[in-house]
Design a protein around this ligand. Sequence first.
Ligand code: AMP
Length: 185
Amino acid sequence: MTRIIFLGPPGAGKGTQAKILADHWGVPHISTGDILREAIKEQTSLGIKAKSYVDSGQLVPDLLVQDMVEERLQRTDTTSGWILDGFPRTVSQAAFLDNLLQKMNLDGVMVINLDVPDDVVVGRLLERGRKDDSEEIIRHRLEVYRSETTPLIDYYRDRKQLIVIDGNKSPQSVTSNLKDLIVSC
Ligand code: AMP
């Protein structure tokens, strides 16, 4: 059973690695950022509510994202596992996820923190050039990451679920470290 949560700053390579591993194990890659961008494009009611937050690099309110994740994790394609990318991002989202998984009788989630220094991350994001990747918004997203999401590192370390991987390497070597590590757990 593969259930993995990716932590790490924007630009750490979470999306890239999550996609590769999800294909490798045949489980869905669930990216809250991708779901939100799609909802914005389709102008669904979720998308309309989320747009100003995503465009300005702020976190979408917990309740909106939590409902979205709850619905997604209950779909039938998740029975053999999933890889979550971009959720949880706040301690209250993490507590919500713990409750949800308990309710669903699921345990054994592995949390991977992709560790990459700030200057490397900013360089990578500027190259990527997504709409929310202007330098000012990148800096804001990093601040939000530092204040809202880094507390999750201790949260999961205390629960003995945390694994730290050096993300400041080539994508191929990060993938191979991840595969080795996850198979050995
Ligand atoms: P990402 O693609 O993961 O970098 O997410 C892009 C944007 O989507 C973020 O800057 C937030 O505005 C929003 N977002 C994605 N995941 C979450 C989440 N778990 N909680 C709140 N906002 C989120």
